[in-house]
Ligand binder design. Structure first.
Ligand SMILES: Nc1ncnc2c1ncn2[C@@H]1O[C@H](COP(=O)(O)OP(=O)(O)OP(=O)(O)O)[C@@H](O)[C@H]1O
Ligand SMILES: [Mg+2]
Length: 258
């Protein structure tokens, strides 16, 4: 579904992603792991159109999407969530969800004047859709809570919920599990698996929690120092010498070199 070819992203003189090539198969929940600073988030940002690559190409279903803007990719069903949740804190959970499809339409304001009944009908649809998502994620008890009052984990669930308000094809999740307690992490994991199985979403998941990755992801891609180091099942990854070395710390290697 996604093919990345020889992707490089430089920030000034620093190379954050270095000639990375990988594929994400349709229907998979692909894990993306690697030590801090490996370039995972940067790779996500380039794929999702936040950054333009310095070099390389990104394909979605065989079509070159390199350098498209995030909203253009959004229309194509490519969505991402952020390492840091970015909810609208003074709106309720339901309102946050109802905000999402609005980003899809550039004609909304005109419609308010010209077709008020159409707007009302759309709002009812949106509200129903939001309630469906709330039920799916089992967060009915906080539906009318201000998003700013949610726990870290609940905010992550809301992020996931936002991807369900549109017809997503592939969703990139950046550390959905960070700072989330075990119970909620399991809820998030279950939601991802159900979205994958029941709605056919393809996922690419960045996560440091290997237990979470192991439960959800096949295959797992490992990045280190900007490049792709390995790809395989969780067991293959865990027993891969190069991967173990990368995780043991570049510190060791640097010491040996100096
Ligand atoms: N906007 C930026 N400007 C300059 N350097 C950046 C920028 N974004 C990221 N970097 C650098 O690029 C490298 C890769 O960062 P990135 O955030 O992609 O890593 P990561 O694998 O997501 O790490 P983590 O697991 O800690 O989230 C890091 O050394 C980081 O400091
Ligand atoms: Mg990151």
């Amino acid at each position: 579904m996604i093919t990345v070819k020889n992707l490089t992203k430089k920030f000034g003189g620093f190379t954050a992603v270095n000639d990375a090539s990988l594929t994400i198969e349709e229907g998979s929940i692909t894990g993306l792991v690697g030590p801090n600073g490996a370039g995972k988030t940067t790779l996500f940002n380039v794929i999702a159109g936040v950054y333009k690559p310095s070099k390389g190409t990104v394909y979605l279903d065989g079509k070159d999407i390199t350098g498209l803007e995030p909203h253009q990719l959004f229309h194509k069903g490519l969505l991402r969530t952020f390492q840091i949740a970015h909810e609208f804190s003074t709106m309720t959970v339901r309102e946050n969800l109802m905000m999402v499809p609005g980003e899809q339409s550039g004609e909304k304001l005109l419609d308010v004047w010209l077709k008020p009944s159409k707007i009302r009908a759309e709002e009812v649809l949106l509200r129903n859709k939001a309630d469906e998502v709330i039920e799916f994620l089992e967060i009915s008890h906080v539906a009318d809570e201000l998003a700013g009052n949610l726990s870290g984990g609940q905010k992550k669930l809301l992020e996931l919920g936002r991807t369900m308000m549109v017809d997503a094809k592939i969703v990139f999740l950046d550390e959905v599990g960070a700072g989330v307690n075990r119970t909620l992490l399991n809820t998030i994991g279950d939601a991802i698996i159900r979205l994958n199985k029941e709605r056919g979403y393809t996922f690419c998941v960045i996560e440091h929690d290997m237990e979470f990755i192991g439960r959800l992801c096949d295959p797992v891609i490992v990045m280190a120092e900007g490049g792709v180091l390995a790809k395989g099942t969780i067991d293959e990854i865990k027993s891969n010498e190069q991967v173990i070395e990368a995780y043991l710390g570049t510190g060791l290697k640097n010491k040996a070199a100096s």
